[in-house]
Design a protein around this ligand. Structure first.
Ligand code: DLZ
Length: 158
């Protein structure tokens, strides 16, 4: 695998645009909460590092990743947001739930983003095991929440 032993969240902070005076939304899935809370922590820390005021970060919890697109859409109805980050974790099980949820989230996020004309960021971990998810939520492969925040800052600056 190309990610073996690579921290995917390493970045040069000076190359990421400032988020000063911008409002961000974060939708977080409660399913696999240990992982999604770690993603949330990485995302919030990164936004704050890039000058986003804590009061300008609006967090919305949803029951599972399937509900992320609706959560993003409803946040965008209420606030004047520059970008929304969707954070979730789907772990491959023994049923086809995994494929249905991942496809629905990817399509749903794209639809909301294009319809509202606001960047909606795909911060969804789709892994085979819990260990792979831990490695990507503050472990040896970094934290996808950080990557989602950097993408949101860049897209808000377009
Ligand atoms: C049902 C389900 C399953 C089996 N697995 C996950 C998962 O790994 N990660 C996740 O975020 N959510 C999962 N869910 C819940 C669905 O996303 C959704 O909340 C329910 O199907 C209700 O719509």
């Amino acid at each position: 695998m190309s990610t073996v032993l690579k921290n995917l969240s390493l970045y040069n902070i000076d190359e990421v645009p400032s988020g000063e005076n911008r409002i961000f939304g974060i939708v977080v899935s409660e399913w696999n909460a240990e992982i999604t809370n770690a993603l949330l922590e990485g995302a919030v820390e990164t936004l704050k590092l890039k000058d986003v005021d804590e009061k300008d970060i609006h967090i919305q919890y949803v029951p599972g990743s399937f509900e992320l697109p609706f959560g993003a859409s409803s946040l965008l109805e209420k606030k004047k947001i520059s970008a929304v980050l969707c954070l979730g974790c789907v772990i491959q099980g023994e049923t086809r739930h995994f494929d249905f949820i991942c496809d629905a989230v990817a399509n749903g996020i794209m639809q909301v983003s294009l319809k509202k004309e606001i960047p909606v960021i795909f911060g969804l971990l789709t892994t085979n095991t819990l260990e792979q998810a831990q490695d990507r939520s503050g472990g040896k492969h970094g934290n996808k929440g950080i990557e989602a925040a950097i993408t949101a800052l860049k897209m808000a600056d377009l």
